[in-house]
Ligand binder design. Sequence first.
Ligand SMILES: NC(=O)C1=CN([C@@H]2O[C@H](COP(=O)(O)OP(=O)(O)OC[C@H]3O[C@@H](n4cnc5c(N)ncnc54)[C@H](O)[C@@H]3O)[C@@H](O)[C@H]2O)C=CC1
Ligand SMILES: CC(=O)C(=O)O
Ligand SMILES: [Mg+2]
Length: 373
Amino acid sequence: MKIGVPKEIKNHEYRVGLTPDSVRELIHRGHEVFVETTAGEAIGFTDDLYQNSGGQICPTAEDVFEQSELIIKVKEPQPSEVALLTPQHTLFTYLHLAPDHDLTDSLIASGATCIAYETVTDEQGRLPLLAPMSEIAGRMAVQAGAHSLEMEGGGRGVLLAGASGVPAAEVLVLGAGVVGANALSVAVGMGAHVTVMDTSMPRLRQLDQQYGNRVSTLYSTRTALDDYMAKADLVIGAVLLPGASAPKLIKYSHLNSMKRRAVIVDVAIDQGGCAESSRITTHDNPVFIEENVVHYCVANMPGAVARTSTLALNNAVLPFAITLADHGIKSALMSDPHLLAGLNVYRGELVSPEVADSQNRSFTDRLRLLSRS
Ligand SMILES: NC(=O)C1=CN([C@@H]2O[C@H](COP(=O)(O)OP(=O)(O)OC[C@H]3O[C@@H](n4cnc5c(N)ncnc54)[C@H](O)[C@@H]3O)[C@@H](O)[C@H]2O)C=CC1
Ligand SMILES: CC(=O)C(=O)O
Ligand SMILES: [Mg+2]
């Protein structure tokens, strides 16, 4: 199969869809890989390394799209990339369509087949292509929160660990999944007093067993949220309903109850955010202040540690890329229910029930559509 890797063009996004090592694996299996020039340059993956792995360097994104059937990226396609998609293409990348009506419309109009990393599943019902980035974003969320709590970051001037005779900061983690568990681990390590909330008792039980009395686990109810929002110095939003828009747990009214210049790091912003007041920010300008609460809402946090993130993402993506390339797109989708769960748009039709539900529109059953195409 002909596989294309364009250079990422989102704000401060230095990750790349395939590493030179991944390219080598695909070439070894008889595929062709077209890489846009300097796609990995910023993180040390030079054109020479791709060429040594057997990749072909293309001068522009247009060339990559023209040569390739399977496009492997990191971030959701930007408008200039959507313009290059045709029915010949399968796009394999993060899509986060639920909160993005316009992108959904334009992908449907392109006629391309679009598989979202974040809804591919595994045997345990987990999200193996989201997990590596969630691990990283969870760890970074505490760093971002700690910095935003500093005076210079706009925050209330509080150190997570506190000091002798001065209490540690109160950190509230909403959602005890991959982001939540990683944020919790770093926040505990940095000496904060941490409370984690979830609606999944098994998740809370696991963390309770792991951390004992070093963290407080709390079943997520409106009352618990009202109480703890008012106490928190740093809130980390880490909830997810897979494939769907994030539930808006943090209401505008909570902001008034919060401490002045407390911080919300809304990691769930890529699925629309779990605070009513959240709006997407970028690494260039990561925070804004509303109602005296500092909001950090960067939708591509792992892009800041692009080398670590690219390597971690490739470990997870490569097996699925190999399946798609070796078996062909349709046959791979039809024989692997986990890959099929990633299919959001197929040749001009929306096939994700979660995206359809979030946007109040209709969808076509994935398998039925594949078997009649
Ligand atoms: N901003 C960024 O750069 C990045 C954002 N993310 C996003 O972070 C979010 C979390 O991802 P993961 O941790 O991998 O998901 P996950 O599925 O591992 O965990 C989500 C948790 O939220 C819980 N939850 C759902 N509804 C809840 C509610 N009403 N109250 C309390 N808990 C609730 C679930 O039970 C689950 O334990 C996703 O939106 C993901 O896309 C992930 C990586 C990077
Ligand atoms: C998951 C995601 O949105 C990211 O890594 O940028
Ligand atoms: Mg994102």
